[in-house]
Design a protein around this ligand. Sequence first.
Ligand code: NAP
Ligand code: GCO
Length: 266
Amino acid sequence: MINELFDLTGKVALITGGTHGIGMAIGKVLGKAGAKICVNDISKEKLDACVDEYAKEGIDVYTLVFNVTDENDVNKGISQIEKEVGTIDILVNNAGIIKRIPILDMPVSDFKQVIDVDLVAPLIVSKRVAPGMIKKRSGKIINMCSMMSVYGRNSVSAYAAAKGGLKLLTANMTCEWAKYNIQINGIGPGYIATAQTAPIREGGHPFNDLVMTRTPAGRWGEPEDVGNAALFLASKASDFVNGHLLYVDGGILANFGYVKGENEIE
Ligand code: NAP
Ligand code: GCO
């Protein structure tokens, strides 16, 4: 049956930074597919607030505060999840930050902070979760990359360096862990309407016009667009997909650009 391909009943999923935005969209869709959803965040307030949001979808979410950049914090958190919920079958390394500062103005400490959250943290969390998957000879790891894994742009040097590194960390995890029936893939969202992009999307910001013209689909992505791609990569349907970076970008990476209004069919 086709539905069985996407049935996650009996699976335990951890989404880091899953209290809103893309992470919550992923948590909701994996929960609706039957997975037990565990969500982490660095903020207890946001964790407490997300419980009702998940409950609206009939999902009884398990929440845990830990800082994904702190190895001890992560190890304690994952041990608690394994004890109270079970071995993690699906890991979504979603937590991330961005700092939009030109290179010459960016303090090295800020650069390192972005690298820590967006690149080192997926390593830390995956290193702790993978042994359980190896023991089960089964697992899914989804690393939240970006179109900035292959593109740069003014002011996002740290973010692009991190997301570029995460693309190749995904490849290396595949080289070392695929033999244990673990599928490790990345998702590369284009421009998605979340809190992270609100500063360059709202209030008439000119970047909004750029995204609307550069994106062939002619719109910003929604968190659910990314969530749906995550369901595929978390399910049996992708059991032979590995080391892949699945872009969810409305075609922006396929498009060099076009003159507004050309070749438009009424
Ligand atoms: P968001 O709204 O900023 O959410 C990021 C989440 O990560 C928040 O819940 C945040 O918690 C959490 N987080 C940050 N640092 C953390 C830490 N040290 N420990 C634990 N949790 C931490 O971002 P989003 O737009 O939903 O994006 C989610 C992921 O997709 C990110 O990796 C982002 O880089 C990536 N992405 C986004 C887009 C886009 O257009 N939105 C495109 C491509 C890729 P707090 O809120 O409590 O800080
Ligand atoms: C930016 C945006 C992007 C998106 C995303 C695009 O400032 O350019 O925040 O970085 O978050 O990563 O794929």
